[in-house]
Ligand binder design. Sequence first.
Ligand code: URA
Length: 242
Amino acid sequence: MPQQALQDILFSQGFGTRRVCAGLVQQGLVSLSGRTCQDASELVETAGLVFNVQGVAWQYQAQAYLMLHKPAGYECSQKPGAWPSVYTLLPGPIRQRGGGAAAGVQAVGRLDQDTTGLLLLSDDGKFIHRMSSPRHHVPKVYEVTTKHPVTGHQLERLLAGVVLEDDPKPVRAAACEATGECALSLTLTEGKYHQVKRMLAAVGNRVEQLHRARIGGLSLPADLAPGQWRWLGADDLERIRV
Ligand code: URA
């Protein structure tokens, strides 16, 4: 069973430098199963570990895989311009895993500032690469509210493929159905810049609201409010396995 020194565990989970982590233990701010720890070099079993720092319980994660219900008005960039970053919605230790450098938790692809819904984040570079790679075709389901009523002809064109201005190769929806007069559900297996908005514009309509409801077999849980996040479990990862 894997064991690590307590200060190394805290460091790996984003609680600061090893020195800061040792300091947290020495100040009596870290406890395990209700016992306040004294020794930062104490060896601790990491499998299934729940530790407590300053009254907050944390589950040890060898690597971080999480989902966020992205609200409107947030950018997916680490260094956003006009809007706050989605990373500000995550607790400090999650943002600072891996020392807080570029190696920390990253969004898997990006959603526009005004798009809401399911966003995955991880510090596993291979996972991010696999999920973002166009070769893997993970289907992503978007719920779209449009400015003008959706016509049968528009749905046909989205399915047949439309040409966007920067690429002569047509892009097509893997699935597409009207869900209301001005609403449709659109499944894409690639992720070009502003793809849904540009596809709707190409067929003569306009996106008013955009929400990502599902990635692979993983749906945004109904009880995850905008701005909230949660760890992905093994069953969630299985649902998006590519
Ligand atoms: N397509 C878009 O146009 N915007 C998004 O945020 C995602 C897909």
